[in-house]
Ligand binder design. Structure first.
Ligand code: PMP
Length: 334
């Protein structure tokens, strides 16, 4: 027998780098996307889910029969639930009700106990992250096997997972010839872990943040002010605050990317390169193209292909939704 795994968990990570043809041609650079959509749960967040569970297990906060509670835009919840099912943990997922129907359906179909809440700012007690933390506190006394709030935004085990995995893999895959890395931030786990891993190897590697409209992180990097304007249909990225994970990121500069710039890149990738990617990838690749233009031809730039388009079909491929928002759409959508 060959290539047999005990379970799917060892299938997390070690994703390929895929050359993004148009992005590379436009810039004269080699632009690669790290194919995180190939993780078993379908997104980059499988890595965070695994790192957070390992952290809880190492700290002896949970054992078989325990419960993991988390506030998430969806992908971390999917990863936590699949891992939880495999390891004997129950998962309770708190998510904003404005996230796509696809993510809600998927979470319920894999057995997550999904609690939808109205979207509220972080400072509000009804914010999804605060609701998850409170729920875990309330449930803890009644479960001897432990109730853990995974706390992906401020538990730096998340970034550590990317430091040990994603960042080292990018260094190895490019044989250290990477000149720039650019991606968006939700929790900040990816950009923090990867930036620290790469800068430790070579401090001259440029790390840029690609931030959607409506997020305050672009202004924070540019001038230290947490200010935002506009909005985006992307999910899982952008922030109004500096999380503990983001705080540790080593970022040189930032781009603010509009959906008008990001979406056509995604539709072109489907039509011409056979890659059907989720909305945050549009922000990431737009950032990589801008970085390529800024650093100049011949450079090697890596970004993250966080997940696929299937979880966003009701937005990305919905003509009336896109028309209503005044966003571009390809002629094959009707
Ligand atoms: N893209 C998608 C689709 C996501 O779900 C997330 C995480 N919420 C990110 C990007 C951002 O990753 P991180 O949390 O590591 O900053």
């Amino acid at each position: 027998m060959k290539n047999i795994q005990d379970n799917f968990i060892s299938g997390i990570g070690n994703t390929p780098l895929i050359k993004l043809r148009a992005a590379s041609e436009i810039t004269g650079c080699n632009i690669y996307g790290k194919a995180e959509f190939m993780n078993p749960g379908g997104s980059v967040k499988d890595r965070a889910a695994l790192a957070l569970i390992k952290d809880a297990e190492t700290k002896k906060l949970i054992s078989k029969g325990g419960t993991i509670v988390e506030g998430t835009a969806g992908n971390t919840g999917i990863g936590l639930c699949l891992l939880g099912n495999s390891l004997g943990y129950k998962t309770i997922i708190v998510m904003n009700d404005n996230q796509t129907q696809e993510k809600k359906d998927l979470l319920r179909n894999i057995g997550a106990d999904l609690r939808l809440v109205p979207a509220k700012p972080y400072k509000d007690d009804a914010n999804f992250v605060k609701v998850a933390a409170k729920l875990a506190d309330e449930l803890r006394p009644s479960n001897n096997n432990g109730v853990v709030w995974a706390n992906q935004f401020d538990n730096v085990a998340n970034a550590k997972g990317h430091y040990e995995g994603t960042g080292q893999e990018i260094w190895d895959q490019t044989e250290g010839k990477v000149d720039g890395f650019v991606c968006s931030s939700g929790t900040g786990g990816t950009i923090s872990g990867v930036s620290n891993a790469l800068k430790e190897k070579n401090k001259d590697i440029k790390i840029f943040l690609s931030d959607p409209k409506g997020s305050a992180l672009y202004n924070y990097i540019k001038n230290g002010e947490l200010k935002s304007e506009g909005g985006s249909i992307t999910e899982g990225i952008g922030s109004s605050r500096v999380t503990k994970n983001f705080e540790n990121a080593k970022i040189d500069d930032a781009y603010s990317i509009d959906d008008h710039e990001a979406l056509p890149i995604l539709y072109d990738l489907i039509e011409n390169e056979g890659l059907s990617l989720g909305t945050s990838c549009g922000i990431n690749i737009a950032g990589a193209i801008r970085m390529g233009k800024e650093l100049g031809p011949g450079k090697t730039i890596v970004t993250i292909l966080c997940d696929k388009s299937d979880k966003y079909a009701t937005k990305m491929f919905n003509k009336s939704f896109l028309e209503e928002k005044g966003l571009p759409f390809p002629n094959w959508i009707d």
